[in-house]
Design a protein around this ligand. Structure first.
Ligand code: RAM
Length: 339
């Protein structure tokens, strides 16, 4: 009898074994991604990577692009996801603090919450999937401004929304880098303008900057929507003002060049599809309780490899996809086909 029981248990263990080794699978899980807003190709690519991984791992992916890049629009999406009883929410937040009550409600219901791209305060998330280190992005952009201005003169920032945690963190990093070293002393940041990640508003804001500051040398737009709008304004007008920032190669290829005919000598970004993929793997690992979001935990993100959760500068935790990548005339044609 005992022998039979033992062999039955062994058989059961063998049947169960593949399921446990495939512990990272999303089978039976409903995993949601909430982006900043609809109509932004960066967000669409991020969601595409997320959906691909969740579905490949056997789960159900829900993709939500709120109509506008506001916290209110995201709160109502979060509330409906809570009532649907999803297993996880991965969100690119439009505000650091305004989502706290709804994300805490979600976590109280057992829904695993992580942020991607743009984070919330540490109490409102389990961990953050960051595209690159804040300091690294700030440094790359600040050095680009220094280089493209020729070391001195006026420059302006064209950002996304004034509440965007990611853009605000990068802008703060740029400002503190600028103040920390004498080599930036000749640079004057004249304004931080906000195009709200809307093409028309970003276009209007660029035109306003050109009118207000006739001596402006460089615009730095740390947003893919802003940089694409500004590139078109500057290039169409044959302006001598140059542009850098964070842009999608597919949208920026026609504006990248070293001569007067092109508005942007070079810019940076990371792979938004991989960012969504990493968000999906993190969501699956959280939903399976393989990780809790604590610093020091490690997990395997499919073919992206192993990631470690580390302390973030806001007191919460994060994982970092990689370093920002530079796009210039030498590589833009190759990358414009990819994302
Ligand atoms: C825009 C969004 C996004 C940001 C990129 C660089 O598409 O604001 O949050 O990461 O730019």
């Amino acid at each position: 009898m005992n022998k039979k029981l033992v062999s039955a248990l062994l058989c059961a263990a063998m049947v169960v074994a593949p399921a446990t080794t495939a512990f990272a699978s999303a089978e039976g899980k409903v995993c949601a991604i909430v982006t900043k807003s609809a109509g932004n190709p960066f967000n669409e690519k991020e969601a595409e990577g997320f959906q691909e991984v969740i579905e490949a791992e056997g789960g159900e992916a829900i993709v939500k692009h709120p109509e506008s890049a506001t916290a209110d629009a995201q709160v109502s999406v979060i509330q409906s996801l809570i009532s649907q009883g999803v297993d996880s929410i991965c969100i690119a937040a439009n505000d650091v603090n305004a989502l706290q009550a709804s994300l805490e409600d979600a976590m109280a219901e057992g829904i695993k919450v992580c942020t991607v791209d743009s984070t919330v305060n540490p109490d409102s998330r389990m961990t953050h999937v960051n595209q690159a280190g804040v300091q690294e992005i700030g440094q790359a952009l600040m050095d680009a401004v220094l280089d493209i201005t020729g070391g001195e003169g006026q420059w302006a920032i064209l950002s996304a929304t004034s509440q965007a945690a990611n853009q605000n963190a990068w802008i703060e990093a740029m400002q503190s880098i600028m103040e920390s070293d004498e080599k930036y002393a000749g640079l004057e940041l004249v304004e931080v303008a906000y195009g709200d990640d809307e093409p028309q508003k970003s276009t209007d804001q660029t035109q306003a900057l050109l009118q207000k500051y006739p001596d402006l040398k460089v615009v730095c737009a740390p947003t893919t929507v802003g940089i694409a709008a500004a590139a078109k304004v500057l290039q169409d007008q044959g302006s001598s003002v140059k542009l850098t920032g964070l842009g999608l190669p597919s949208e920026m290829a026609e504006y990248i060049g070293d001569d007067d005919a092109h508005s942007c000598p070079y810019m940076f970004l990371w792979n938004p599809i991989d960012l969504g993929r990493l968000g999906a793997y993190a969501s699956i690992a959280l939903a399976n309780e393989e990780i809790t979001g604590a610093a020091g935990e490690k997990f395997t993100a499919g073919d992206l490899g192993e990631y470690e959760i580390v302390e973030a500068s806001d007191g919460g935790t994060e994982m970092i996809l990689g370093a920002p990548f530079k796009f210039d005339p030498s590589n833009i044609d190759e990358w414009k086909e990819v994302y």
